[in-house]
Design a protein around this ligand. Structure first.
Ligand code: ADP
Ligand code: MG
Length: 392
């Protein structure tokens, strides 16, 4: 059953009648450009065919009620009470509900619309984006809810503004210090194309991937190792980047180029320097990848993907043994390139693979995980796909 029909069924179960419409937004895979987003740098994600779907109906009162196939607990609050919940009292509601409720809160705040002036809503949410696998189920739920409420409340925000609302929800309502990349990819995605995003200006260019013509596809190797954005290493990496930028006297690491690295090595401790070197070289790799795609096509980006993985493993230190195993196995089995994708500390690796090699790569990764005593990975292909939309 598709996420859309699951969401409709769940809505009917909740309210006893059908929704007025359904909206959906995709997860994303980042082709290259990891941890560059919050450094004002460059990223190259694409939206995938897996989507989160929201079925919406209006209510007579001013409440918002949210329910999901993934989480047991239905949550209902007064829209005028959202300001009391976020950001300080988020703990008063179940964590999952801070995503959709946070989007409602951030939308009203961004538009200056009075919570007492909009209609209450029921939202039923279903998804086929794997959760916590680095495919951004969080941006998918934010994007679907943002699109649904923007239309229903006739707020008139454009896609970039809706992406910013999703980010505000995730940063301030959920409390996860993430960048804008995921939401932009989920909002702006196109078939067989990636979004080349300048995270400082939010300028976004569509870059054709040409996978179809080249007979290539992206295989995701989900390690099943769960990461958490709200705690742990992600926040530490952000702090190291801020430290590095401050030491160099620039607003963000985006303002450094590869030529500045020799000076950086003298101005900061060794660990901070390696964090900085990852960001600076990764920004350059994104630019090189865009050029390679435009001038030579997708077969030419394999080395860049591999160099990105090595930089995350050795300099940024966000890989884990399972991700390294996935990349090595895919390459040994004939992939064009491979790298871990997403925030790190678990999640998924991607491999760029010719259609006829997909079975070989899949078998090789499965065998390598078994040989290392890791739990079996989940392996599937993703198709670069369209962004958030009203479905019916
Ligand atoms: P990722 O974005 O990589 O999947 P995150 O930790 O950023 O992982 O976001 C996952 C969290 O988002 C889940 O733990 C849950 O709280 C929330 N979430 C995502 N999708 C859904 C959904 N369909 N229903 C309920 N909660 C969801
Ligand atoms: Mg996420």
């Amino acid at each position: 059953m598709t996420a859309a029909s699951q969401a409709r069924d769940l809505f009917t179960e909740l309210t006893g009648s059908g929704p007025v419409g359904t909206w959906s937004a995709p997860g994303r895979v980042n082709l290259i450009g990891e941890h560059t987003d919050y450094n004002d740098g460059f990223v190259l994600p694409f939206a995938i065919q897996q989507r989160t779907c929201v079925a919406l109906g209006e209510r007579a009162d001013g409440h918002i009620r949210v329910t999901s196939t993934v989480e047991g607990e239905t949550v209902e609050v007064d829209l005028t009470g959202l300001d009391l919940l976020f950001p300080k009292n988020r703990g008063a509601v179940p964590e999952w509900s801070t995503y959709p409720l946070g989007v409602a809160w951030a939308l009203l705040r961004a538009t200056g619309v009075d919570a007492a002036s909009v209609r209450g809503v029921d939202l039923a949410i279903a998804s086929d984006v794997p959760i916590g696998a680095g495919l951004s189920s969080s941006a998918a739920i934010e994007g679907a809810v943002a699109a649904a409420l923007n239309d229903t409340w006739r707020l008139g925000l454009d896609r970039v503004a809706l992406a910013q609302v999703g980010r505000t929800a995730e940063n301030d309502a959920v409390g996860a210090p993430t960048g804008i990349m995921d939401q932009m990819a989920s909002m702006l995605g196109r078939a067989d194309a990636a979004i080349f995003l300048d995270c400082r200006s939010l300028e976004a260019d569509v870059v054709d991937l040409g996978f179809t013509d080249a007979g290539l596809e992206i295989v995701v190797i989900d390690t099943g190792v769960k990461h958490s954005h709200a705690t742990g290493g992600y926040g530490e990496r952000r702090e190291a980047c801020e430290r590095g930028a401050a030491a160099m006297g620039v607003p963000a690491l985006r303002d450094l180029s590869v030529d500045d690295l020799a000076r950086a090595a003298e101005l900061m401790d060794e660990v901070t320097f390696r964090r900085v070197r990852h960001i600076v070289t990764e920004n350059q790799r994104v630019l090189d990848t865009v050029r390679a795609l435009r001038e030579q096509g997708p077969s030419a980006i394999g080395e860049l993907l591999l160099a990105s993985h090595a930089s995350m493993r050795d300099d940024f230190e966000i890989s884990v043994a399972e991700l390294d195993t996935a990349v090595d196995a895919a390459m040994a089995a004939g992939a064009v390139g491979a790298r871990m994708t997403g925030g790190g500390f678990g999640g998924a690796a991607i491999a760029l693979v010719a259609h006829d090699s997909v079975a070989t790569v899949t078998d090789a990764a499965t065998a390598a995980f078994a040989a290392s005593g890791f739990a079996a990975p989940t392996i599937f292909s993703v198709r670069p796909s369209a962004g958030a939309a009203r479905d019916v």
